[in-house]
Design a protein around this ligand. Structure first.
Ligand code: BG6
Length: 314
C-alpha cells in the first residue's frame, strides 16, 4: 500500500487547470513546465529543466485588471496604436484586445508532444472594447495552440474570419525573455534586414552582424525570410533560438532606464537589465481575411545548441 502511494506521488500530472490558469508539466521531466494565464492566454512561465526562461515583472498584474507585463502577451488585431483614422482598428487601445480578454481553455489536443488549445471569439471580449474594432461588425475565432517539449515551446495562432465582413489584422507574440545581463547579450541574424526604428521614426537596413544593447531599443525588423533563426547569445553561449513559421516580422525591444521608469507595472526598476523582448509577428502590414478564410503563424522557441551565423551572400 505504501509502495503504491509512493509511486502515485511520483506520477506527473501533465495538465492542471485552476480557475485562472493552466499548467503543463513535461511527462518525463517534472522540472520542465509552462504556465498559461487564462487572462490573455498569456504564457507567464516557461521552466526548462528548472530554469525560468521568460521574464515577468514583479509588478505585473495577474488578476485580469491589466495586460501582463512579461511572459508572452498576445497582440491582436492591431500592433501599437493605429494612426490612420480611417482604419477600423483606429479606436482600439495599444496592441488591441487579445491580451486583455479572458480566453476559453479548450483542453488537451495531444498527449505527445503535450499540446493544449485556448480559444477567443467576440463573446469573450469586453463588449465596449469589441465595439472599437470596426463598430463591432467582425466575427472571428482565434485558436492558440501550445506545445511543450523537453527543450522547446511552440505557440501557434490560427485566425479565422467567421463573419461576412472582410477584416484586416496584425498579430504578434510579444515574448519577454529572461536574460542574465542585457549588457552581455547579443542577438544575431538580423543583419541585412530592413527595419523601422520606432525611436528615430526612420527606416534603414540593419548593418550589425550581431545586435548589442546599451540604450533604449525599439525596432521592427520587416519581411525576414523564415529560414532565419535569431539567437540570444549570453557570454558566448546560445541561450535561446527564436524561429518562426509564417511570421515575417520581428520586433526587438528593451525599454532601458527612462522608459521602464515610466511604466508603473515594471518592477524592479533595474528589471530592464534582465529582460529582452523578441516578438515574432505580422505587423509591418495587415493580413486580410475574407469570410471563411484562415491564417496561421507560429513562434518556435528552443534552448541551446551552437551559434549559427546566417547572412546574405552578395
Ligand atoms: C513593443 C513596442 O512591442 O511593446 C514598444 O515596440 C512598446 O513601442 C512595447 O513600448 C510595450 O507596449 P505596452 O503597451 O505593453 O506598454
Amino acid at each position: 500500500m505504501l509502495l503504491v502511494t509512493t509511486q502515485l506521488a511520483q506520477l506527473v500530472m501533465p495538465i492542471e487547470e485552476t480557475d485562472t490558469q493552466v499548467i503543463l508539466t513535461h511527462p518525463s521531466d517534472p522540472s520542465t513546465s509552462v504556465t498559461i494565464l487564462k487572462y490573455g492566454a498569456t504564457v507567464i512561465s516557461w521552466k526548462q529543466q528548472g530554469t525560468e526562461r521568460l521574464w515577468v515583472s514583479e509588478g505585473a498584474k495577474l488578476d485580469g485588471s491589466k495586460p501582463v507585463r512579461g511572459g508572452v502577451p498576445l497582440v491582436f488585431p492591431v500592433f501599437g496604436k493605429q494612426k490612420k483614422e480611417s482604419h477600423p482598428t483606429f479606436k482600439l487601445p495599444q496592441h488591441g484586445f487579445a491580451r486583455n480578454s479572458t480566453w476559453e481553455f479548450l483542453g488537451q489536443t495531444k498527449e505527445l508532444p503535450l499540446s493544449v488549445q485556448f480559444g477567443l471569439g467576440p463573446e469573450q471580449v469586453d463588449p465596449e472594447l469589441y465595439k472599437l474594432w470596426g463598430e463591432g461588425k467582425y466575427d472571428f475565432t482565434l485558436i492558440l495552440n501550445i506545445v511543450l517539449e523537453a527543450d522547446k515551446l511552440t505557440t501557434t495562432i490560427e485566425v479565422e474570419n467567421t463573419g461576412s465582413h472582410t477584416f484586416e489584422f496584425n498579430w504578434l507574440f510579444h515574448t519577454y525573455f529572461r536574460i542574465p545581463d542585457i549588457t552581455d547579450t547579443l542577438v544575431n541574424n538580423l543583419v541585412d534586414q530592413k527595419c523601422f526604428d520606432q525611436l528615430l521614426a526612420e527606416e534603414y537596413v540593419e548593418k550589425s552582424p550581431v545586435v548589442s544593447f546599451h540604450e533604449e531599443f525599439d525596432r521592427i525588423y520587416k519581411n525576414i525570410p523564415t529560414d532565419k533563426t535569431f539567437q540570444i547569445i549570453e557570454f558566448g553561449k546560445v541561450l535561446v533560438n527564436v524561429e518562426r513559421d509564417n511570421l515575417k516580422d520581428t520586433v526587438v525591444w528593451n525599454p532601458w532606464i527612462k522608459k521602464s521608469e515610466g511604466m508603473a507595472d515594471f518592477l524592479p526598476k533595474s528589471g530592464y537589465l534582465n529582460m529582452l523582448c523578441i516578438e515574432p509577428g505580422n505587423v509591418s502590414d495587415f493580413v486580410s481575411l475574407t469570410n471563411g478564410e484562415k491564417w496561421q503563424g507560429s513562434q518556435i522557441l528552443s534552448i541551446g545548441g551552437e551559434i549559427k551565423i546566417q547572412s546574405n551572400i552578395y
